[in-house]
Ligand binder design. Structure first.
Ligand code: PEP
Ligand code: MG
Length: 583
């Protein structure tokens, strides 16, 4: 049956392929009845899996690094105790013996019952302990399948068909899972949940594949192997399209490919507006390997390296100083002396760490210990990162960028720790650039209103519009139900952006935008009218923005700004912004 479902467009283009539906839980297991007489064999599988899970936990504890946080060992102990709880095993044994469930099915049934009990608990701390049971049982389930935790992840299920024709359909995808797309090369994805500027959507855009999020019930309406068209421009998914529609979309696909190839011609053109204003276009990256794409698009540096992605999808602890140093070294050397703004870990909100490390940063709310707040509570981890960046600065233009600052006290503590990190390297006789530049993200309204403090301490600023919008308008950027209210051109947002650009220029400090607004070509002229000269975006967006810039005249556009900034009627403001394209 053909039908269309609608959501939010997060990454443009058209993809045609077959659905690979992925259950949100990694507990997607085989359910079947065992035959009479197979009970002992199935019980043995269950005992072996418990044994393997216990061994895994013991090994993890033995291998814990000396500087591992105390909670890590406690967490492993708790899981070990759960594994040894006879009741847990007994219930599963009973289901295998009496109801002939296979072991995996028996275990998930026990888990479901347990989680229900936790749901009824009022105490928030105890309620959360349900997650421990889930993690322990997941570990046993993985052992049952005889695979490692990571390899068993549903996204690793490489199907036997060409991956370039596979469209992932899921209820939701975490940002760290999106990273796996980079390796698996899917052609599009569709999720039930998610907002336009969630980190998942941002990573999707960086992959330059069409995607639609907030497509309600997609994962239940779409069946495995259904043929799909993902119209990323409109956020529409057409399920089992008739051949006439398929043909039309194949034609559009070819047109888009042609237009993209044409854009490549601009790669080496210097970025200057019509009135001769030089504009600096840089790239946002998540991993060192992304630097190659940045260079290919003609980026003049890395405006934002989201270093937290180095900390995701790991089974072997947080990357230490040496491992981080290698990653930063790889990036700065790839960028051949161009600036690389390494943002210190910004964990929290929709970016949580996967797997065992979750205990350290489990579910930090957007208003919680996110970004620099977390780093300041984990000075040892923060110092490791600072030392790694400092060491990379001896080999290229590594710069530090600090996320989520709101208070002068935090700024002072940050600089104090940078001083400590430098001293530690001096003591070890390790080289770094003593004049390395330090910048701050401006992404909370409070930061905008104490800008003089930021200008006093920092060498450069970068406006994080994704969070600035989220925190100014009170809109969860990952929640599709309020996506229609997430408005980058809300007058409050525009006046804040303009204020930051203006004040920085008055103070002679460089300022860029590294939020998604920078890569939205429909807003390029507006940002130019505000006097913005430094942009940072995903490499996939860079040439489209460049094309706009080459046709824009900054001096003329500036004349229209006051009217836009003082227009509070949405339809009038929209018209005024649209008119900029005619200037
Ligand atoms: C932002 O908030 O605009 C930003 C660039 O940071 P992130 O999207 O990683 O929160
Ligand atoms: Mg941010």
């Amino acid at each position: 049956m053909t039908f269309a479902i609608y959501g939010l467009s997060v990454s443009n283009g058209v993809a045609i392929g077959q659905a690979l539906t992925i259950s949100s839980a990694s507990l997607e297991v085989d359910h079947h009845f065992i035959l009479p007489g197979e009970e002992q064999q199935e019980l043995k599988r269950l005992y072996d899996a418990f044994g393997a899970a216990k061994k895994e936990l013991t090994d993890l504890k033995t291998d814990l690094p000396e500087n591992a946080p105390e909670e890590m060992a406690v967490f492993l102990d708790v899981h070990y105790l759960i594994l040894n709880d006879p009741e847990l095993q007994n219930k599963a044994i009973e289901l295998i013996k009496k109801r002939h469930f296979n072991a995996a099915w028996a275990l998930t049934t026990v888990l479901d019952e347990l989680l229900e009990t936790f749901e009824d608990i009022e105490d928030p701390y105890l309620k959360e302990r349900g997650a421990d049971f889930r993690q322990v049982i997941e570990r046993v389930l993985v052992a049952l399948k005889g695979t490692s935790h990571l390899e068993d992840h549903p996204l690793q299920k490489k199907v036997d068909r060409e991956s370039s024709e596979v469209i992932i359909v899921a209820q939701d995808i975490a940002p760290h899972d999106m990273l796996r797309f980079k390796e698996l090369n899917f052609c599009a994805f569709v999720t039930d949940l998610g907002g336009k500027n969630s980190h998942t959507a941002i990573v999707a855009r960086s992959l330059d594949i069409p995607a639609a999020v907030g497509v309600k019930n997609a994962s239940s309406l779409i069946k495995q192997d259904d043929w799909l068209i993902v119209d990323g421009d409109r956020g529409v998914v057409i399920v089992n399209p008739p051949s006439i529609i398929l043909e039309e979309y194949r034609h559009r696909q070819a047109e888009l490919r042609l237009a993209k190839n044409k854009l490549q011609l601009l790669k080496h053109t210097p970025t200057k507006t019509l009135d001769g204003q030089k504009i600096n276009l840089m790239a946002n990256i998540e991993m060192p390997e992304d630097a190659a794409e940045a260079l290919k698009s003609g980026a003049l540096g890395i405006g934002l390296f989201r270093s937290e992605f180095l900390f995701m999808n790991r089974q072997d602890g947080i990357p230490g100083e040496e491992e981080q140093y290698q990653a930063y070294f790889q990036t700065v050397t790839a960028m051949h002396g161009m600036p690389v703004n390494i943002r210190t870990i910004d964990i929290g909100a929709d970016k949580n760490l996967d797997s065992d490390l979750k205990t350290i940063t489990s579910d930090i709310s957007p208003l919680g210990l996110r970004g620099i707040r977390w780093s300041l509570t984990e000075p040892d981890i923060f110092l490791e990162q600072l030392r790694a960046i400092l060491r990379a600065s001896a080999h290229g233009k590594a710069q530090i960028l600090i996320p989520m600052l709101t208070q002068v006290k935090e700024i002072e503590q940050t600089f104090e720790l940078i001083k400590v990190a430098k001293q530690q390297l001096d003591d070890r006789g390790v080289a770094y650039n003593p004049n390395l530049q330090v910048g701050a993200m401006i992404e909370l309204p409070a930061a905008v209103f104490i800008l003089p403090a930021f200008l006093k301490y920092f060498d450069f600023l970068s406006i994080g519009t994704n969070d600035l919008i989220q925190y100014t308008l009170g809109i969860d950027r990952a929640d599709s139900s309020v996506a229609h209210l997430y408005d980058p051109v809300h007058p409050a947002i525009l006046s804040m952006i303009y204020k930051v650009i203006y004040d920085c220029q008055e103070a002679g400090k460089s300022v860029s935008i590294c939020g998604e607004m920078a890569g939205d070509a429909t807003l390029t002229r507006l940002l130019i009218a505000m006097g913005l000269k430094d942009f940072s975006m995903h490499a996939s967006q860079l040439l489209m923005v460049k094309r706009e810039l080459l046709k824009a005249d900054m001096s003329k556009l500036k004349n229209y700004l006051t009217e836009i900034l003082t227009s509070f009627e949405p339809h009038i403001q929209a018209k005024l912004i649209e008119n900029l394209s005619k200037v």
